[in-house]
Design a protein around this ligand. Structure first.
Ligand code: THU
Length: 163
């Protein structure tokens, strides 16, 4: 028997002022763009903004549906847009913020399991890891250097091609 361990480190900042200018702009944009979410059912408005290797930025917000499972998260709206508009361009950093109309928005939330899988695939197809910046509208900000740290023992394309 062997024991194996998975661990990762992330950074926590108390305020926006502690971030560099580029990161600060990204998270401010993600917070602002929560207003474009279509989330009449959950009232949980999520905004995601990414900086790509070519200098472009791409955004996404959650888009819900009266048939609840049809809804799509902000992160996957962003990834689909990036893949269409800037095909094969790696994402350097994705900032994700949320505004909970019915509750507090003062601590970071991290991407749901489905989005983690989707982000992982984007990393694989562009051969580059993605940095995540997570926050609410106020409070602490987290930076995770490699999004795939959130998906240990992930399933990916290598399983299907038998590598
Ligand atoms: N949501 C996101 O857009 N991203 C996440 O990472 C977590 C959840 C959305 C889905 C749904 O529209 C609402 O937030 C509540 O779950």
């Amino acid at each position: 028997m062997q024991k194996r361990e998975v661990r990762f480190e992330y950074q926590v900042f108390n305020s926006l002022e502690e971030l560099n200018a580029s990161d600060r702009t990204l998270i401010e944009s993600a917070r602002a763009i929560t207003q474009k979410a279509y989330a009449p059912y959950s009232e949980f408005l999520v905004g995601a903004v990414a900086l790509l290797d070519n200098g472009a930025t791409v955004a996404g917000t959650n888009q819900e549906n009266a048939s609840y499972p049809v809804g799509i998260c902000a992160e996957r709206v962003l990834l689909a847009s990036a893949a269409m508009i800037h095909t094969d361009v790696p994402i350097k950093t994705m900032a994700i913020a949320y505004h909970h109309l019915n509750g507090e928005s003062n601590k970071p939330v991290s991407p749901c399991g489905m989005c983690r899988q989707s982000i992982h695939e984007y990393e694989e197809r562009t051969h580059q890891t993605i940095r995540l910046i997570l926050s609410g509208m106020t409070g602490e900000i987290m930076i995770i250097e490699n999004a795939s740290s959130l998906l240990p023992m992930s399933f990916g394309s290598h399983e299907l091609i038998g590598e």
